[in-house]
Design a protein around this ligand. Structure first.
Ligand code: ADP
Ligand code: MG
Ligand code: MG
Length: 875
């Protein structure tokens, strides 16, 4: 049996090996392969990470041996020795997951330094200050990441030393200062761990690798994976790379740059750099970095070289790149490249531009945009007039677009709490860190005082599609006392502000927002998606307003119009209640006759909004007691309103209570017992359709849908009722109108007997909310109590009410599709459950051959794009 290979040197890999080497490792290998200046190193694979967990969090001997073999090769290659007291090899230890997780995992730089090799480094470089600066950074990073000692303890020492020696900046610290700092750092380590700071470079290396593996399961990584749907079995790779130094003086530096603007997509290099600095200095906000174009003045040769490399990388990867680099004494090194994270607007502009530039074709462009990412563009912006009237209090960097208005809170916990109480909250921080992630999720928007366009707040907010204004230097944030001051004004916790992520403007007070538009490149990309997709997209809409919104977003029909929402409106609820408590048919008819004109007008509005597009109306579905008052006071009021004695009414209400309403007297069962209800609804639908047809002289397509069918005979009886009622209305108005009758498939028995049911149904619409509920036998309203635990224990990867359970519920759907078609080859098939807006579930619907999916109006563009993705993927 050949030995398994757990480690690849950079020159052995390439960009296709992401799942094994992680994103960072695969791209370091690729850059090495195409001849770019990458400091050599090697990657410990994700398989090694998984093995580490299989082996109860131990690095096995065979992997240890492989690490040191590779380290030895690295020593040979760059002619330096690990731990050497003359010219030591130093490395960085960098995590690298398959899908990049910015800020989630921790990197250690300058590993290999100890009390002896620091002297060697000073000698070899002739730069004592640099050597000790590197050592103090290393101790701090290692202590934070590996030894879990809190960062602030070290920051405190650094600040104290700066104060004592009157140093303004870190770079002003002298060798003596640095030596003092190192001494105190080591004292802290001793105090916290009861051990000396580890001096053996090989120990340091193994401890660091282990820490990276461990960080795969730290709290913030888990939260990030959860939000971004990254499976936990992917594991992380570890990159061990020889160091290059940006902190060797004025001809050294470090920076990050995007080949295009990640906020807008504009084709213009975008980034920041800092001279005499290392690693995270650029993004940590320690000193203010300079815009990348300034490098042209500082180091013209290096700038030119960098621009060439950036262009080469973009052409090579055929996508916008996010590049990290370091300059060591005037020499450029590449430390990372990846496809740059971008806002949805930027993603669309880059994709459409790249088609224009001939770099990619339309299908690739369509595939470049994650459907759910569009959500960002489908959110409101501020209304112009209101914005001009309100006072702008300050301006920061437009770090992530969108508009947010809400009350301010100064830490993540307070934001989460406020959001849970239904408040719109804005998180205000000096600068965010990974600990703030849950607060960022719950916030409407984020405002920071420090940090640039590539700061933690900016990067994470863009990834989430959340409005963010960063680096707002004029505000003085006092996180302790929960206030910020700007221009003499004070804003306290709970005060309103508004953020414009497109301009960076901050306003004092609330601002009304405006609906988004689908135009320009966005419209162009969507038209490409429409050319490609085969699934039709409908919407779930109960009101003309929702219907119009959906049409604006490209809906091709209504897949589900619920009629019960209409029942709750103030003017009608008394008649609805009267209908429910009626003691005989006459009384019930009287109440229903009052409701008829209301229902008819509702449908007129909807048919007008939809024009010639098909409209599926579902007849009454919920249990009747939902419409009745449930406390004594309200029963009393109702008894006066409808002139039924309190005691009788109370009895009726009690009588209608059910042990298990979800499985009770609802859906088509209502029509089996009280056919008059559906009769009224059908009349309203048909009358409305005829009215609009005549008035607008267009072809109206009503589709009448019966809920909760479980037995074909239910549908047979109800269908006869519908036909009789509808045909009578049509005849009376001497109109001609074609309508369809169909059913929801949402009871497992219906799926299993779909061949019989199809005898009476021209269409099926899968009601996957109920179907999931009944297939799993847990109610959607109660499942919240335990679904969290099910997800933790990985029984469910996703909430089955959000993502279709393809193996179970999906199998029932497949059976129904097959049986339904057997009876009626041209049966129309669609889905109207919540799943109709979830890209992965949409893909399933595409694969089993549904004709359309139906989702809420704001998800229509997402569904259009997801359907195009499915058409491409399943070609
Ligand atoms: P992240 O994934 O958070 O970006 P990285 O592993 O890329 O973390 O490292 C953080 C910083 O350290 C980057 O700015 C990178 O440029 C720097 N860095 C990493 N490895 C080296 C190295 N071998 N030499 C110099 N700088 C390095
Ligand atoms: Mg990086
Ligand atoms: Mg249902």
């Amino acid at each position: 049996m050949g030995m398994k290979k757990y480690i690849y040197a950079f020159h052995e890999g390439n960009k296709e090996m992401k799942s094994l080497l992680g994103g960072k490792g695969a791209n370091l290998a690729e850059m090495t392969k195409i001849g770019l200046p990458v400091p050599p190193g090697f990657t410990v694979t994700t398989e090694a990470c998984n093995k580490y967990y299989e082996d109860d969090k131990k690095i096995s001997q065979e992997i240890i041996d492989e690490v040191f073999n590779n380290l030895h090769e690295l020593e040979e290659k760059i002619q330096k020795k690990f731990g050497d007291i003359e010219n030591p090899l130093l490395v960085s230890v960098r995590s690298g997951a398959v899908i990049s997780m910015p800020g989630m995992m921790d990197t250690i730089l300058n590993l290999g330094l100890n009390d002896e090799s620091v002297v060697g480094l000073a000698k070899a470089t002739g730069n004592e200050r640099f050597a000790y600066d590197s050592y103090r950074r290393f101790i701090q990073m290692f202590s934070d990441v590996v030894l879990n000692i809190q960062k602030y303890k070290f920051d405190h020492i650094l600040e104290k030393e700066k104060e004592l020696s009157k140093a303004q900046l870190d770079t002003d610290l002298t060798v003596e200062n640095l030596k003092n700092i190192i001494k105190e750092y080591k004292t802290i380590v001793k105090k916290e761990t009861r051990k000396e700071f580890p001096q053996g470079p090989k120990d340091q290396l193994l401890m660091a690798i282990e820490a990276v593996f461990d960080s795969w399961n730290n709290a913030r990584a888990i939260v990030y994976r959860e939000i971004n749907d990254i499976p936990s079995h992917y594991g992380t790779a570890v990159n061990v790379q020889s160091m290059v130094f940006g902190n060797m003086g004025d001809t050294s530096g470090t920076g990050v740059a995007f080949t295009r603007n990640p906020a807008t997509g504009e084709k213009k290099m975008f980034g920041e750099f800092l001279m005499n600095a290392q690693g995270e200095d650029v993004v940590a906000g320690i000193r203010t970095p300079q815009p990348i174009r300034e490098l042209k003045n500082t180091m013209p040769k290096v700038y030119e070289q960098f621009v060439n490399v950036a262009n080469l990388l973009e052409t090579h990867y055929k996508d916008m790149q996010d590049i990290e680099f370091t300059i060591e004494k005037g020499r450029l090194y590449l430390l990372q490249t990846r496809n740059g994270k971008r806002t949805a607007a930027a993603a669309i502009n880059v994709a459409v531009d790249m088609v224009g530039e001939g770099i990619i074709d339309k299908e690739v462009a369509v595939m470049r945009i994650e459907p759910t990412q569009l959500d960002q563009l489908l959110h409101p912006t501020f209304e112009k007039e209101a914005m001009e009237k309100i006072e702008k209090i300050t301006q920061g960097l437009p770090a992530s677009p969108g508009a947010a208005t809400g009350k301010i809170y100064f830490n993540a916990n307070d934001v989460v709490k406020a959001a849970n109480e239904g408040e719109r909250a804005i998180l205000v921080r000096l600068e965010t860190s990974p600990e703030d992630i849950e607060g960022m999720v719950s916030a409407q928007g984020i405002l920071t005082a420090r940090g640039g366009m590539t700061s933690h707040a900016a990067v994470v907010a863009r990834g989430m599609g959340k409005c963010c204004v960063a680096g707002c230097g004029e505000i003085k944030v006092d996180e302790m006392n929960k206030v910020f001051k700007v221009d003499g004004k004070i804003f306290k916790e709970g005060d309103y502000i508004s953020l414009d992520g497109n301009t960076g403007n901050v306003y004092g007070g609330k601002l009304p927002t405006k609906e988004p538009e689908l135009s320009g490149n966005f419209a162009k990309l969507m038209s490409w998606a429409d050319e490609i997709r085969t699934l039709k997209i409908r919407t779930n809409a109960d009101t003309p307003r929702d219907a119009l919104t959906a049409v604006k977003f490209g809906a091709e029909g209504i897949g589900l119009c619920r009629t019960e929402h209409m029942f709750f409106e103030e003017e009608r609820i008394p008649a609805v209640r009267q209908m429910i408590v009626a003691q005989n048919v006459e009384e019930r008819m009287e109440a229903l006759n009052k409701l008829l004109p209301f229902q008819k007008n509702d449908f007129v509005g909807i048919f007008k909004a939809m024009g010639e597009k098909p409209v599926t109306v579902r007849l009454l579905d919920p249990p009747l007691h939902e419409f009745l008052p449930n406390n004594d006071d309200d029963i009393k009021i109702l008894s006066e309103q409808i002139k039924v004695s309190y005691s009788t009414l109370k009895e009726i209400v009690e009588d209608l209570k059910e042990f298990n309403p979800m499985l009770g007297h609802r859906g088509c069962r209502l029509a089996i017992t009280y056919p008059e209800i559906y009769e009224m609804q059908v009349r309203a639908i048909i009358m409305a359709a005829i009215e609009v047809k005549k008035e607008e002289n267009i072809h109206i397509q009503p589709e009448i849908m019966v809920p909760l069918i479980g037995h074909e005979k239910e549908l047979k009886i109800i269908k006869e009722l519908i036909v009789k009622t509808a045909d009578k209305v049509i005849e009376e108005s001497s109109a001609d109108l074609v309508y369809k009758i169909g059913t929801m498939i949402e009871v497992p028995r219906a799926a299993l007997t779909a061949d019989d049911i199809a005898k009476h149904a021209e269409f099926f619409s899968f009601g996957t909310n109920d179907l999931t509920q009944m297939t799993y036998a847990f109610s959607r309203d109660d499942a919240g109590r335990f679904i969290g635990e099910y997800r933790k224990k990985e029984i469910f990867e996703k909430d089955p009410f959000q993502r279709l359970d393809q193996n179970g519920v999906g199998k029932l759907m497949e059976i129904a599709v097959q049986l339904g078609r057997k009876t009626r080859t041209n049966i129309k098939l669609g889905i109207c459950g919540e799943h109709g807006g979830d890209p992965e579930s949409i893909d399933f619907c595409h694969r089993i051959g549904l004709e359309y999916v139906s989702c809420s109006p704001y998800r229509v563009p997402i569904a259009r794009l997801a359907a195009a993705h499915s058409a491409i993927k399943n070609k």
